[in-house]
Ligand binder design. Structure first.
Ligand code: SAM
Length: 283
């Protein structure tokens, strides 16, 4: 399992290059794409296509060759095999049959992004690509709302704005996030801000929708966004005890810069839960 660069060919490790030079066969997603990498290394090697659409038919043939004593390197178009890329069936079957599987570590967009984004990295959840439709994405983000670790997704330029919109709707305007774009390449960019802010900036700037992306969103309960949410809730709570709900929400919005409508809805929810608690205290 040989990791290859995610953009900058200088990131190919010496061990990866030596393995590619030494194996009998290289299995890759797109032979034309990988030929360019091998040209860069000055290698001429037999290549075979191994991708999502032929994985089921191809892995038994590769296994047979491995069992016959040949060595095969699996590479992806970019980054680490199996990370949102093909290879799982082959690795599982190889291990089950006692064939050696050796990882040659190197670039992966998710770790590359996490290492430089400035969001907590002690606990994180990688989710591959978010669902394609808005309804499925909203349900997906809703399920992640309480996840404490940093959330990481791969995203395409085509869906970036829609994914920011849905994550903002389900996780809140203020959740901090980072968009890591075109990592290791000429236009590498890190955009940092709240989901609301990033949605506005990326929607207004089509340049920021070009290329490849990793979207990182801070987990629930930590970081600046969560601190602001707690502060907002505290102020709303104090004002709701002294003032009519609408006025309490409007004042909280003025003090914290939060959205008035959202705060009004939060105040109503708070009021409802308080009156239920009062009701339940009577026999
Ligand atoms: N196996 C790869 C890895 O280890 O990172 C990921 C393959 S996945 C099919 C491709 C997605 O990874 C892209 O759509 C993008 O979201 C992300 N990606 C790959 N290269 C990237 C880069 N240079 N900058 C930002 N994201 C990248």
């Amino acid at each position: 399992m040989v990791a290859t660069p995610i953009g900058n060919l200088g990131d190919l490790g010496a061990r990866a290059a030596a393995i590619l030079a030494g194996v009998d066969l290289i299995a890759c997603e797109d032979t034309r794409h990988s030929r360019r990498l091998l040209d860069h290394l000055g290698l001429r090697k037999p290549l075979c296509a191994y991708h999502d659409h032929n994985e089921a038919q191809t892995y038994p043939r590769l296994l047979a060759r491995l069992r016959a004593g040949e060595s095969i390197a699996l590479i992806s178009d970019a980054g680490t095999p199996l990370i949102s890329d093909p290879g799982f069936s082959l690795v599982r079957a190889a291990r089950a049959q006692g064939v050696d599987v050796v990882p040659i570590p190197g670039p992966s967009a998710l770790i590359c992004a996490l290492s430089a984004a400035g969001l907590p990295s002690d606990r994180f959840l990688f989710l591959g690509f978010a669902p394609r439709t808005s309804a499925a994405r909203r349900a997906f983000f809703d399920q992640l709302a309480e996840e404490p670790g940093t959330l990481l997704f791969y995203e395409t330029g085509k869906r970036l704005v829609a994914t920011l919109e849905d994550s903002r709707a389900m996780l809140g305007e203020r959740r901090q996030a980072v968009i890591a774009r075109e990592l290791t390449k000429r236009f590498e960019t890190f955009l940092t801000g709240s989901l609301g802010d990033l949605h506005a900036r990326v929607s207004a700037d089509s340049e920021q929708q070009l290329g490849e992306f990793v979207l990182l969103i801070e987990g629930a309960g930590g970081g600046e966004g969560a601190r602001q949410e707690r502060e907002e809730a505290r102020i709303l709570d104090i004002l709701c005890r002294e003032l009519p709900t609408r006025q309490a929400a409007a004042l909280t919005a003025r003090i914290t810069g939060g959205q008035r409508n959202r705060l009004y809805r939060a105040a109503l929810t708070r009021q409802r839960s308080e009156s239920q608690a009062d009701d339940s205290s009577y026999p």
